[in-house]
Design a protein around this ligand. Structure first.
Ligand code: GLN
Length: 539
């Protein structure tokens, strides 16, 4: 077995406490002390991956370089750590069962009865240890999705128990994230739910080494002592995680609470270098002290749910800090955008980003918003479906091809300027079958994108089935509407730009997945800058 140390993060009391952010913050602190760290997430649902889940169900689907459709927490890991994740970093119960059942069909269990224990738990253990076998990491943080006590989580908790036993106390530990609710009537913080949750964990044979307590109020010394005594953890291992304005404050808070030191002590590790989080603090300073405010309209159909466009919102935070401006993202529901309310919704806006998406709902609103910003020379950024809609808008309103559409919306459209990719035509299954992951794209020499990237060739992540229909190249790319990024192998059009406009770019890929705190995405940085210039000119 390798020397990799394992930290298991479980959650108690309620979901949505931010296990992913705590895991990413701890990883950040350890990484800044020169440990090589990665994070993996195990999700207890039966979908093989979240690619088939509606954003209303599960928030954004995050895509990795190797084309895995994953949980949005992987986005936090990449944004915090600036390292790339892969399929191995996110495993669901569906994938575990699929693999065990495939092995059974191949006869690999040699006539044995296949059971949750040991076959499912063994498969979970194998997957947990997979990244460690590369000998690339000193520490692997494993987040177990869900809440202890859930029926779905049981095989994971059992697998973790076995692994701690097998790896030994020096090599594995647990962090339990819990909620300390404040009862306003009694004006008191309550520890009982945490006591019960730790007890549930104990019933499965797992002792919590560290308690991270999510709270709206400071934990007193007495309360920390009580938690330590009743939950069987060391006093210094009771960590307060108080609500903060931004998730990017969490690593700083965790450092103040000495979470990293408690973890390193517990694992018998000495920091390789002391961390001052200098770069991180510089980012926070810029983010919190903007010199201007701009409003960017995010036009999409899943706007009600904050998490649906998570990576886009975070990319705006990174790009805003880089430009030292506060980007106020204004939610614009594409389904309810029409001729009558267009002006009222868009006249205060310094730029719009038209979001990715699937299906017909809300597309006409997206097209309307693009027409408005194109004609009024307001910065426009279209991502995936947003780019496709920009092509359709231009065809209809500038070139007079009134029937222009995507076959995704109207299969029998007379002018299918956006059409299903050839490689997609015989695919029946929905899961994991889109054009996914990173693909190369060559940029045209005198394009705006080439100036922005300062490169001839780029690689970006994808998640789509439709593309610009090559047949219409000569009809569409006439008066200053230009393809400026092409996939060198297939000729697929990855980027379109409009000349004679301050900033009008549509991309078939998803730049938002690559934006991190230490590497804000150049397209977002440039777009925010264009919006800032627009807002200054407007005054
Ligand atoms: N629905 C479009 C396609 O599949 C766009 C996908 C997206 O925006 N991610 O091509």
């Amino acid at each position: 077995m390798s020397n990799t140390k394992y930290i298991f993060v479980t959650g108690g009391v309620t979901s949505s406490l931010g296990k992913g952010i705590i895991a990413a913050s701890l990883a950040k602190l350890l990484q800044s002390q020169k440990f090589s760290v990665t994070i993996q997430k195990f999700d207890p649902y039966l979908n093989v991956d979240p690619g088939t889940l509606n954003p209303y169900e599960h928030g954004e689907c995050y895509v990795t370089d190797d084309g895995a459709e994953t949980d949005l927490d992987l986005g936090h890991y990449e944004r915090f750590l600036n390292v790339r994740t892969s399929q191995a970093n996110n495993v669901t119960t569906g994938r575990i069962y699929q693999s065990v059942i495939e092995k059974e069909r191949r006869g690999e269990f040699l006539g044995k009865t296949v059971q949750v224990v040991p076959h499912i738990t063994n498969e979970i253990k194998e997957r947990i240890l997979l990244l460690g076998q590369t000998n690339q990491y000193d520490i692997i943080i494993t987040e177990i999705g869900g809440t202890v006590g859930d029926i779905e989580s049981l095989p994971y908790i059992e697998a973790v128990r076995q692994l701690i036993y097998e790896l030994g106390d020096n090599n594995a530990m647990t962090i339990h994230l819990t909620l300390i609710p404040f009862l306003s009537a009694a004006r008191e913080l309550k520890t009982k739910p945490t006591q019960h949750s730790v007890k549930t964990l104990m019933e499965s044979g797992i002792k919590a080494d560290v308690l991270v307590c999510r709270t709206e109020h400071n934990l007193s010394e007495d309360l920390r002592k009580k938690l330590a005594l009743f939950c069987n953890v060391k006093y210094e291992a009771v960590i307060q995680s108080i609500d903060v304005d931004t998730i990017y404050d969490v690593p700083i808070k965790m450092q103040q609470e000495k979470l990293d030191q408690v973890v390193l002590n517990r694992l018998n590790l000495k920091p390789l270098e002391l961390s001052d989080l200098k770069q991180w603090k510089r980012f926070l300073k810029k983010y919190k002290n903007p010199k201007a405010n701009i409003k960017i309209g995010l036009v999409g159909k899943y706007i009600e749910l904050q998490d649906s466009y998570k990576s886009i919102r975070e990319a705006f935070i990174h790009a805003g800090a880089e430009n030292e401006v506060n980007v106020e993202v204004v939610n614009i529901h594409s389904e309810y955008l029409n001729e009558r309310n267009l002006l009222e919704k868009l006249n205060q806006i310094d730029g719009i980003l038209v979001a990715p998406g699937f299906g017909e709902r809300g597309v006409e609103g997206k097209i309307k918003s693009i027409e408005y910003v194109r004609k009024n020379k307001i910065p426009f950024f279209g991502i995936c479906l947003g780019m496709q809609m920009a092509v359709i808008e231009y065809c209809r309103n500038e070139l007079g091809f009134l029937k222009a559409n995507s076959t995704e919306m109207i299969p029998e459209t007379k002018f299918p300027v956006i059409d299903l990719m050839e490689s997609q035509k015989n695919i029946i299954n929905k899961g994991g079958t889109m054009r996914l992951g990173s693909w190369e794209c060559v940029l045209s020499s005198d394009s705006l994108v080439k100036k922005i990237y300062e490169k001839k060739s780029i690689s970006e992540r994808h998640r789509h089935r439709y593309e610009f229909n090559e047949k219409y190249k000569n009809d569409v790319f006439v008066k200053g509407f230009t393809p400026t990024g092409i996939n060198p192998e297939t000729g697929l059009i990855e980027i379109i730009e409009l000349n004679n406009h301050p900033w009008f770019i549509g991309v078939q890929f998803h730049p938002e997945y690559r934006s991190t705190v230490s590497n804000p995405h150049p397209l977002f940085v440039s777009f925010v800058n264009a919006c800032l210039n627009f807002s200054i000119k407007k005054k």
